[in-house]
Design a protein around this ligand. Structure first.
Ligand SMILES: C[S@@+](CC[C@H](N)C(=O)[O-])C[C@H]1O[C@@H](n2cnc3c(N)ncnc32)[C@H](O)[C@@H]1O
Length: 225
């Protein structure tokens, strides 16, 4: 797989998958996008709504580990125990991940150590990364994996539907949302009409929310009881 490290408009790095001609994050700002879509509209929303002291998150597409790092920062700052599970088919090497500049951009003294632990933790076992954040990375494909039904939040962070349509089928969305607890949410940067219709057809309440800088909209879908 041919990869190139790039810089996005907010100064944070991302990766270009040259074969797919697709970046791992928005070119308008990787850090801004992850914070807005996954942390603010996912974790912060759930914390405000339910006042939870513990959250479980499943991520489709672990990638650079940026979302995991920001979730760990959120857990430490808010004293919320987060169990984070992420699946990835093509893990990046630490040599590549270590070149990303995220830890220098965060105002969190433990970011460097946490990011390294996030990447070097073993695959397929659960590891404590920080006091409030535990991580289980699954090496494999979402198409073959059965997600245990116990999550408050799904970070749906696949490559765009135009590049990897097989990640956005109603079947994959059903598999992901079946794993949500009642009141749990799926958040994604994608705001395509077909995605919203598929999620609504799976009996989720679908919200079109303002997107991060450079993107008009994003989607949050809530599992109803
Ligand atoms: C948009 S990037 C993820 C960005 C990531 N969340 C981050 O914070 O850097 C999409 C990721 O999905 C992974 N992927 C592609 N096909 C997959 C599959 N079938 N199952 C799981 N992950 C897959 C890609 O290798 C890539 O790392």
């Amino acid at each position: 797989m041919s990869l190139q490290i790039i810089q996005t408009k907010d100064g944070s790095s991302s990766i270009l998958n040259i074969g797919l001609n697709e970046t791992y994050h928005s070119v308008h700002g990787a850090l801004q996008e992850s914070r807005h879509v996954f942390i603010e509209q996912g974790l912060h929303y759930l914390q405000n709504k339910f006042g939870r002291k513990a959250l479980s998150v499943f991520e489709v597409g672990f990638g650079t580990g940026l979302n995991a790092l920001l979730a760990a920062e959120f857990a430490e700052k808010h004293h919320i125990a987060i169990h984070f599970c992420a699946i990835e088919t093509f893990p990046l090497s630490w040599e590549v991940a270590a070149q990303l500049n995220y830890v220098r951009l965060l105002e969190w003294g433990d970011a460097t150590e946490a990011f390294k632990k996030i990447h070097l933790s073993d695959w397929d076992t659960e590891d404590h990364i920080t006091k409030f954040f535990s991580l289980q990375k699954i090496k494999g494909s979402i198409h073959d994996y059965v997600i245990p039904p116990k999550y408050n939040c799904i970070f749906f962070d696949a490559f765009a539907p135009e590049k990897q349509p097989e990640m956005w089928t109603r079947d994959v969305l059903a598999k992901a949302t079946d794993a949500l607890n009642d009141g749990g949410v799926l958040v994604t940067y994608c705001a395509k009409g077909q995605l919203r219709r598929d999620l609504a057809s799976l009996n989720l309440k679908v919200e079109k929310l303002p997107g991060p800088p450079g993107k008009r909209e994003m989607t949050r879908a809530t599992k109803m009881n």
